[in-house]
Design a protein around this ligand. Sequence first.
Ligand code: NAD
Length: 296
Amino acid sequence: MALIAFIGLGNMGGPMAVNLAKAGHQVKAFDLSAEALKHAVDGGCEAAQSAVTAVAGAEFVITMLPAGRHVQGLLVSGEDALFNHIAPGTLVIDSSTIDVQTARSVAAAAAEKGIDFVDAPVSGGVGGAQAGTLTFIVGGTAEQFARAEPVLKAMGKNIFHAGDHGAGQIAKVCNNMMLGILMAGTCEALNMGIKNGLDPAILSEIMKQSSGNNWALQVYNPVPGVMENVPASRDYQGGFQVDLMYKDLGLAMDLSQHSAAPTPMGSAARALFNLHKTAGNGGLDFSSLIKLYKDK
Ligand code: NAD
Protein backbone atom coordinates (compact mmCIF):
# COMPACT_ATOMS: atom_id res chain seq x y z
CA MET A 1 0.00 0.00 0.00
CA ALA A 2 1.25 3.45 -0.88
CA LEU A 3 1.52 6.92 0.63
CA ILE A 4 -0.67 9.10 -1.59
CA ALA A 5 -1.17 12.88 -1.50
CA PHE A 6 -4.63 13.89 -2.75
CA ILE A 7 -5.33 17.56 -3.52
CA GLY A 8 -8.78 18.82 -4.51
CA LEU A 9 -11.50 17.11 -2.47
CA GLY A 10 -14.65 18.46 -4.14
CA ASN A 11 -17.63 16.55 -5.51
CA MET A 12 -15.36 14.13 -7.35
CA GLY A 13 -12.04 14.25 -5.47
CA GLY A 14 -13.60 13.78 -2.01
CA PRO A 15 -15.12 10.34 -2.67
CA MET A 16 -12.12 9.30 -4.80
CA ALA A 17 -9.72 10.03 -1.92
CA VAL A 18 -12.00 8.14 0.48
CA ASN A 19 -11.99 5.09 -1.82
CA LEU A 20 -8.18 5.10 -1.83
CA ALA A 21 -8.20 5.14 1.99
CA LYS A 22 -10.78 2.32 2.05
CA ALA A 23 -8.49 0.28 -0.21
CA GLY A 24 -5.80 0.54 2.48
CA HIS A 25 -3.64 3.37 1.15
CA GLN A 26 -2.36 6.09 3.44
CA VAL A 27 -3.95 9.25 2.00
CA LYS A 28 -2.73 12.72 2.96
CA ALA A 29 -5.49 15.03 1.79
CA PHE A 30 -5.68 18.77 1.25
CA ASP A 31 -8.28 21.23 -0.03
CA LEU A 32 -8.64 24.99 0.27
CA SER A 33 -12.12 24.31 1.66
CA ALA A 34 -12.08 23.18 5.31
CA GLU A 35 -15.48 21.54 4.82
CA ALA A 36 -14.28 19.43 1.89
CA LEU A 37 -11.22 18.39 3.92
CA LYS A 38 -13.40 17.37 6.86
CA HIS A 39 -15.50 15.05 4.67
CA ALA A 40 -12.34 13.32 3.44
CA VAL A 41 -11.01 12.96 6.99
CA ASP A 42 -14.35 11.49 8.11
CA GLY A 43 -13.89 8.97 5.30
CA GLY A 44 -10.46 7.82 6.50
CA CYS A 45 -7.96 10.30 5.00
CA GLU A 46 -5.37 12.26 7.02
CA ALA A 47 -5.63 16.06 6.95
CA ALA A 48 -2.58 17.94 5.66
CA GLN A 49 -2.04 21.59 6.65
CA SER A 50 -1.14 22.59 3.10
CA ALA A 51 -0.54 21.09 -0.33
CA VAL A 52 3.21 21.29 0.33
CA THR A 53 2.98 19.22 3.50
CA ALA A 54 0.63 16.74 1.79
CA VAL A 55 3.21 15.85 -0.87
CA ALA A 56 6.15 15.37 1.53
CA GLY A 57 7.34 11.76 1.16
CA ALA A 58 4.40 10.75 -1.09
CA GLU A 59 4.95 8.11 -3.79
CA PHE A 60 1.89 9.35 -5.71
CA VAL A 61 0.28 12.79 -5.91
CA ILE A 62 -3.27 13.00 -7.26
CA THR A 63 -4.93 16.29 -8.20
CA MET A 64 -8.67 16.80 -8.89
CA LEU A 65 -9.13 20.51 -9.55
CA PRO A 66 -11.64 22.62 -11.49
CA ALA A 67 -9.65 23.73 -14.56
CA GLY A 68 -6.25 24.03 -16.27
CA ARG A 69 -5.27 27.29 -14.53
CA HIS A 70 -5.67 25.64 -11.11
CA VAL A 71 -3.50 22.66 -12.11
CA GLN A 72 -0.84 24.89 -13.69
CA GLY A 73 -0.84 27.23 -10.67
CA LEU A 74 -0.69 24.50 -8.04
CA LEU A 75 1.99 22.40 -9.71
CA VAL A 76 4.11 24.72 -11.84
CA SER A 77 3.77 28.48 -11.57
CA GLY A 78 2.08 29.47 -8.31
CA GLU A 79 3.72 30.56 -5.10
CA ASP A 80 5.01 27.35 -3.49
CA ALA A 81 4.58 25.45 -6.80
CA LEU A 82 4.50 21.77 -5.89
CA PHE A 83 7.02 20.73 -8.54
CA ASN A 84 9.58 22.50 -6.31
CA HIS A 85 8.60 20.25 -3.39
CA ILE A 86 7.76 16.87 -4.97
CA ALA A 87 10.64 14.40 -4.93
CA PRO A 88 12.04 13.23 -8.30
CA GLY A 89 10.57 9.83 -9.22
CA THR A 90 7.14 10.61 -7.73
CA LEU A 91 4.17 9.96 -10.06
CA VAL A 92 1.71 12.87 -10.31
CA ILE A 93 -1.73 11.88 -11.61
CA ASP A 94 -3.97 14.78 -12.66
CA SER A 95 -7.58 13.62 -12.95
CA SER A 96 -9.06 17.09 -13.55
CA THR A 97 -10.65 17.75 -16.95
CA ILE A 98 -8.39 20.42 -18.44
CA ASP A 99 -7.20 21.70 -21.83
CA VAL A 100 -4.73 19.58 -23.74
CA GLN A 101 -2.06 22.31 -24.02
CA THR A 102 -1.88 22.75 -20.24
CA ALA A 103 -1.76 18.97 -19.70
CA ARG A 104 1.19 18.71 -22.09
CA SER A 105 3.05 21.73 -20.70
CA VAL A 106 2.64 20.48 -17.11
CA ALA A 107 3.95 17.04 -18.20
CA ALA A 108 6.99 18.76 -19.77
CA ALA A 109 7.60 20.85 -16.61
CA ALA A 110 7.42 17.65 -14.53
CA ALA A 111 9.91 15.86 -16.79
CA GLU A 112 12.40 18.72 -16.32
CA LYS A 113 12.35 18.00 -12.58
CA GLY A 114 12.54 14.21 -13.00
CA ILE A 115 8.91 13.87 -11.86
CA ASP A 116 6.54 11.50 -13.68
CA PHE A 117 3.19 12.91 -14.77
CA VAL A 118 0.06 11.48 -16.39
CA ASP A 119 -3.20 13.15 -17.36
CA ALA A 120 -6.00 10.84 -16.22
CA PRO A 121 -9.41 12.53 -16.59
CA VAL A 122 -12.46 10.54 -15.61
CA SER A 123 -15.91 9.70 -16.85
CA GLY A 124 -18.70 8.44 -14.62
CA GLY A 125 -19.69 11.48 -12.58
CA VAL A 126 -20.17 11.84 -8.83
CA GLY A 127 -22.04 8.51 -8.65
CA GLY A 128 -19.09 6.72 -10.25
CA ALA A 129 -16.64 8.52 -7.93
CA GLN A 130 -18.62 7.37 -4.87
CA ALA A 131 -19.07 3.79 -6.10
CA GLY A 132 -15.43 3.48 -7.23
CA THR A 133 -16.55 2.67 -10.78
CA LEU A 134 -15.05 5.60 -12.69
CA THR A 135 -13.52 5.25 -16.14
CA PHE A 136 -9.97 6.67 -16.22
CA ILE A 137 -8.55 7.80 -19.57
CA VAL A 138 -4.79 8.07 -19.20
CA GLY A 139 -2.20 9.98 -21.23
CA GLY A 140 1.48 9.22 -20.58
CA THR A 141 4.21 6.72 -21.35
CA ALA A 142 3.58 2.96 -21.10
CA GLU A 143 5.77 2.83 -17.94
CA GLN A 144 3.87 5.69 -16.30
CA PHE A 145 0.54 4.05 -17.18
CA ALA A 146 1.66 0.72 -15.67
CA ARG A 147 2.62 2.55 -12.48
CA ALA A 148 -0.65 4.49 -12.26
CA GLU A 149 -2.99 1.58 -13.05
CA PRO A 150 -3.01 -0.23 -9.65
CA VAL A 151 -3.73 3.06 -7.83
CA LEU A 152 -6.48 4.03 -10.28
CA LYS A 153 -8.11 0.62 -9.86
CA ALA A 154 -8.98 1.55 -6.26
CA MET A 155 -11.16 4.35 -7.67
CA GLY A 156 -12.34 3.01 -11.02
CA LYS A 157 -13.47 0.04 -13.05
CA ASN A 158 -12.20 0.76 -16.57
CA ILE A 159 -8.68 2.11 -16.93
CA PHE A 160 -7.64 3.03 -20.51
CA HIS A 161 -4.25 4.05 -21.86
CA ALA A 162 -5.22 6.55 -24.59
CA GLY A 163 -1.67 7.40 -25.70
CA ASP A 164 1.09 9.85 -24.79
CA HIS A 165 0.74 12.97 -22.60
CA GLY A 166 -2.44 14.90 -23.40
CA ALA A 167 -4.13 11.88 -25.03
CA GLY A 168 -6.31 11.30 -21.96
CA GLN A 169 -7.68 14.84 -22.22
CA ILE A 170 -8.18 14.52 -25.99
CA ALA A 171 -10.19 11.28 -25.61
CA LYS A 172 -12.21 12.78 -22.74
CA VAL A 173 -13.11 15.88 -24.74
CA CYS A 174 -14.06 13.82 -27.83
CA ASN A 175 -16.34 11.69 -25.64
CA ASN A 176 -18.01 14.63 -23.92
CA MET A 177 -18.51 16.52 -27.19
CA MET A 178 -20.26 13.39 -28.51
CA LEU A 179 -22.35 13.25 -25.33
CA GLY A 180 -23.42 16.90 -25.70
CA ILE A 181 -24.36 16.35 -29.35
CA LEU A 182 -26.31 13.16 -28.72
CA MET A 183 -28.21 14.65 -25.78
CA ALA A 184 -29.15 17.71 -27.87
CA GLY A 185 -30.29 15.45 -30.74
CA THR A 186 -32.28 13.24 -28.38
CA CYS A 187 -34.03 16.27 -26.81
CA GLU A 188 -34.81 17.65 -30.27
CA ALA A 189 -36.33 14.39 -31.56
CA LEU A 190 -38.31 13.64 -28.40
CA ASN A 191 -39.72 17.18 -28.23
CA MET A 192 -40.85 17.00 -31.88
CA GLY A 193 -42.57 13.68 -31.24
CA ILE A 194 -44.29 14.96 -28.09
CA LYS A 195 -45.43 18.14 -29.90
CA ASN A 196 -47.00 15.93 -32.53
CA GLY A 197 -48.97 13.91 -30.01
CA LEU A 198 -46.71 10.94 -29.25
CA ASP A 199 -46.22 9.42 -25.81
CA PRO A 200 -42.53 10.07 -24.95
CA ALA A 201 -42.16 6.61 -23.33
CA ILE A 202 -43.45 4.86 -26.47
CA LEU A 203 -41.39 7.05 -28.81
CA SER A 204 -38.27 6.43 -26.67
CA GLU A 205 -38.82 2.68 -26.84
CA ILE A 206 -39.32 2.80 -30.64
CA MET A 207 -36.09 4.79 -31.15
CA LYS A 208 -34.22 2.52 -28.69
CA GLN A 209 -35.12 -0.49 -30.84
CA SER A 210 -34.36 1.41 -34.07
CA SER A 211 -31.40 3.17 -35.62
CA GLY A 212 -31.76 6.26 -33.37
CA ASN A 213 -30.77 4.24 -30.29
CA ASN A 214 -28.18 5.92 -28.07
CA TRP A 215 -26.87 6.23 -24.48
CA ALA A 216 -29.36 9.00 -23.49
CA LEU A 217 -32.33 6.86 -24.56
CA GLN A 218 -30.87 3.79 -22.86
CA VAL A 219 -29.99 5.16 -19.43
CA TYR A 220 -30.59 8.94 -19.20
CA ASN A 221 -33.92 9.87 -20.80
CA PRO A 222 -34.37 13.69 -20.63
CA VAL A 223 -38.21 13.62 -20.39
CA PRO A 224 -39.54 13.57 -16.79
CA GLY A 225 -41.33 10.36 -15.86
CA VAL A 226 -40.05 8.15 -18.70
CA MET A 227 -37.34 6.59 -16.52
CA GLU A 228 -36.98 6.27 -12.78
CA ASN A 229 -33.75 7.24 -11.03
CA VAL A 230 -32.57 9.73 -13.65
CA PRO A 231 -32.16 13.50 -13.09
CA ALA A 232 -35.16 14.24 -15.40
CA SER A 233 -37.42 12.50 -12.88
CA ARG A 234 -36.15 14.58 -9.93
CA ASP A 235 -36.37 18.10 -11.37
CA TYR A 236 -32.94 17.71 -13.02
CA GLN A 237 -31.16 17.77 -9.65
CA GLY A 238 -27.87 15.87 -9.27
CA GLY A 239 -26.21 14.29 -12.29
CA PHE A 240 -23.92 16.25 -14.64
CA GLN A 241 -24.42 20.01 -14.52
CA VAL A 242 -25.05 22.20 -17.57
CA ASP A 243 -22.11 24.37 -16.38
CA LEU A 244 -19.73 21.38 -16.62
CA MET A 245 -21.04 20.31 -20.03
CA TYR A 246 -20.58 23.91 -21.21
CA LYS A 247 -17.01 23.86 -19.87
CA ASP A 248 -16.22 20.56 -21.64
CA LEU A 249 -17.71 21.79 -24.93
CA GLY A 250 -15.46 24.86 -24.57
CA LEU A 251 -12.44 22.54 -24.24
CA ALA A 252 -13.64 20.73 -27.38
CA MET A 253 -13.79 24.06 -29.24
CA ASP A 254 -10.22 24.89 -28.07
CA LEU A 255 -9.01 21.55 -29.39
CA SER A 256 -10.88 22.02 -32.66
CA GLN A 257 -9.28 25.47 -33.05
CA HIS A 258 -5.76 24.19 -32.34
CA SER A 259 -6.05 21.22 -34.68
CA ALA A 260 -8.32 22.78 -37.34
CA ALA A 261 -10.60 19.74 -36.88
CA PRO A 262 -14.08 20.73 -38.09
CA THR A 263 -16.70 20.45 -35.30
CA PRO A 264 -19.94 22.05 -36.59
CA MET A 265 -22.13 19.74 -34.49
CA GLY A 266 -20.02 20.32 -31.35
CA SER A 267 -20.20 24.04 -31.98
CA ALA A 268 -24.02 23.90 -32.32
CA ALA A 269 -24.26 21.85 -29.11
CA ARG A 270 -22.12 24.41 -27.29
CA ALA A 271 -24.36 27.25 -28.50
CA LEU A 272 -27.46 25.39 -27.28
CA PHE A 273 -25.98 24.67 -23.83
CA ASN A 274 -24.81 28.29 -23.64
CA LEU A 275 -28.37 29.58 -24.29
CA HIS A 276 -29.71 27.15 -21.70
CA LYS A 277 -27.07 28.22 -19.14
CA THR A 278 -27.73 31.92 -19.79
CA ALA A 279 -31.41 31.31 -19.06
CA GLY A 280 -30.37 30.38 -15.51
CA ASN A 281 -30.10 26.60 -15.81
CA GLY A 282 -26.34 26.17 -15.23
CA GLY A 283 -26.84 24.23 -12.01
CA LEU A 284 -29.32 21.73 -13.48
CA ASP A 285 -28.42 18.36 -14.96
CA PHE A 286 -27.52 18.62 -18.66
CA SER A 287 -30.54 16.55 -19.76
CA SER A 288 -32.63 19.63 -18.78
CA LEU A 289 -31.66 20.99 -22.22
CA ILE A 290 -35.04 19.67 -23.39
CA LYS A 291 -36.60 22.69 -21.64
CA LEU A 292 -34.99 24.88 -24.29
CA TYR A 293 -37.07 23.15 -26.97
CA LYS A 294 -40.42 23.26 -25.21
CA ASP A 295 -43.06 25.92 -25.92
CA LYS A 296 -42.97 28.53 -23.15
P1 NAD B 1 -15.42 20.82 -7.37
O1 NAD B 1 -15.49 22.28 -7.68
O2 NAD B 1 -16.51 20.18 -6.60
O3 NAD B 1 -14.02 20.49 -6.60
C1 NAD B 1 -12.82 21.12 -6.86
C2 NAD B 1 -12.10 21.27 -5.52
O4 NAD B 1 -10.77 21.77 -5.75
C3 NAD B 1 -12.78 22.26 -4.56
O5 NAD B 1 -13.07 21.59 -3.34
C4 NAD B 1 -11.73 23.36 -4.38
O6 NAD B 1 -11.73 23.93 -3.08
C5 NAD B 1 -10.45 22.61 -4.66
N1 NAD B 1 -9.31 23.44 -5.04
C6 NAD B 1 -9.21 24.36 -6.04
N2 NAD B 1 -7.97 24.88 -6.09
C7 NAD B 1 -7.25 24.27 -5.11
C8 NAD B 1 -5.92 24.39 -4.65
N3 NAD B 1 -5.04 25.22 -5.22
N4 NAD B 1 -5.52 23.60 -3.61
C9 NAD B 1 -6.39 22.75 -3.02
N5 NAD B 1 -7.68 22.60 -3.41
C10 NAD B 1 -8.11 23.35 -4.44
O7 NAD B 1 -15.24 20.10 -8.81
P2 NAD B 1 -15.54 18.55 -9.15
O8 NAD B 1 -16.96 18.41 -9.57
O9 NAD B 1 -14.97 17.70 -8.08
O10 NAD B 1 -14.68 18.41 -10.51
C11 NAD B 1 -13.26 18.31 -10.49
C12 NAD B 1 -12.79 18.04 -11.90
O11 NAD B 1 -13.39 16.83 -12.38
C13 NAD B 1 -13.17 19.13 -12.91
O12 NAD B 1 -12.10 19.32 -13.79
C14 NAD B 1 -14.39 18.55 -13.61
O13 NAD B 1 -14.54 19.06 -14.94
C15 NAD B 1 -14.05 17.08 -13.62
N6 NAD B 1 -15.21 16.18 -13.69
C16 NAD B 1 -16.34 16.42 -12.96
C17 NAD B 1 -17.41 15.55 -13.05
C18 NAD B 1 -18.67 15.80 -12.24
O14 NAD B 1 -19.70 15.15 -12.52
N7 NAD B 1 -18.63 16.65 -11.22
C19 NAD B 1 -17.35 14.44 -13.90
C20 NAD B 1 -16.18 14.18 -14.61
C21 NAD B 1 -15.12 15.08 -14.50
